[in-house]
Design a protein around this ligand. Structure first.
Ligand code: SF4
Ligand code: SF4
Length: 342
């Protein structure tokens, strides 16, 4: 059994396939230039949202995370309608991830007020990758002044905000400045993320993260930060050492499902239910010939428009096929690569 309804803590929702941005590594783009033609260019409808979050589901879960694999949730015209629907039931904690570059400050003030009705720590994560001269290099088409005006309106209206920065070679030198600006604006938290998952990361970025965390260490008196202990890097090194090559290592390692452990599931903007965001990312692949896409296309993904979530979780894929696959030779390659342990 993957997870029963009673076990679920968090439902992550891909609320739309639309976005004002064209980030280079996003599944919605081909090469950061052309919208992925395999993805249905639609918003999640309020009907789908209400079918997904039935009273029974809302009674069981604790959090809803609006975080896009294919789009930015705040571009959907249905966000306020869906938040208002949730208010009529048992209210979950809400997290919304955005690039912050769409709409007007008034919308963001209103959003802050709406989120006040939800339990703490309901908040918005603004993905801002640097400063005026760098944010748009990865967050392509996002205008800096708009992000700043919108975020400030949200914070001034009492919204709880988190600034999340992906670190690249081109913005690594701005970490300290960005953190200072976030504090000045009134963000509750500043965090760095993602560098480890991007092939663009190089030693310069590494050094900047090191330096930043080292300064944090002095301020916060946390334990010593050591890259050799970083999960991803250590895991890859050990896999290669033990099995001779990464491919052989992935194939032999045990799988600990990250999302099952965190009691999370993922739902697409069309209403299909996935165990995690990694599987959703291969649902409308950029490269149909990749082994991940081929495996993904063999699964019949069930949809909350056709049956309740609890019935989907009780279907053979979730009760047996996926959990049983982890110990067999037929397991998904994405599970090996993402959640394989040495
Ligand atoms: S803001 Fe999010 S959804 Fe939009 S292109 Fe960037 S990563 Fe993709
Ligand atoms: S990739 Fe596989 S093992 Fe990892 S979180 Fe997703 S379903 Fe679980």
């Amino acid at each position: 059994m993957y997870l029963q309804l009673e076990d679920i803590d968090t439902v992550t929702v891909d609320f739309t396939a639309h976005c004002n941005a064209m980030c280079g590594n996003c599944s919605r783009n081909l090469g950061g230039a052309e919208v992925n033609p395999r993805m249905p260019l639609e918003h999640m409808s309020p009907t789908t949202f209400k079918k997904l979050f039935s009273e029974k589901v809302l009674d069981n879960i604790n959090q809803i995370v609006f975080n896009g694999s294919y789009g930015d949730p705040l571009i959907s015209p249905y966000m306020f309608e869906c938040l208002d629907y949730l208010k009529e039931h048992k209210k979950p904690v809400i997290h919304i991830h955005t690039n912050g570059g769409m709409r007007q400050p008034k919308f963001f003030s209103e959003l802050a007020l709406k989120l006040k009705d939800f339990p703490f720590p309901s908040h918005v994560v603004f993905s801002i990758d640097g400063l005026e001269d760098t944010n748009h290099l990865y967050r392509r088409n996002v205008r800096w002044n708009k992000v700043m005006d919108n975020a400030q309106a949200f914070l001034d209206a009492g919204g709880l905000g988190r600034w999340r920065m992906l670190v690249f070679e081109h913005n690594a030198h701005q970490l300290e400045q960005a953190e200072q600006l976030s504090a000045k604006m009134g963000f509750a938290k500043f965090e760095i993320n993602g560098g480890h998952t991007f092939t663009a990361m190089n030693s310069m970025v590494n050094n900047a993260i090191e330096k930043f965390k080292a300064n944090k260490k002095e301020q916060a008196r946390t334990i010593k930060y050591d890259t050799s202990k970083l999960d991803n890097i250590k895991r890859l090194k050990d896999l290669k050492k033990t099995h001779g090559s990464l491919d052989k290592g992935f194939a032999k390692s045990c799988i600990t499902c990250k999302w099952q452990k965190k009691r999370k599931i993922q739902v697409s903007h069309m209403g299909e239910v996935f165990p995690c965001c990694y599987m959703l990312s291969d649902r409308y692949p950029r490269d149909v010939d990749s082994p991940f896409a081929k495996e993904n296309s063999k699964v019949e993904w069930l949809n909350v428009n056709d049956m309740p979530l609890e019935v989907i979780l009780d279907s053979p894929f979730f009760t047996d096929e996926l959990p049983d696959s982890w110990g067999s030779e037929d397991r998904f390659k994405i599970c090996e690569v993402t959640c394989g342990e040495v």
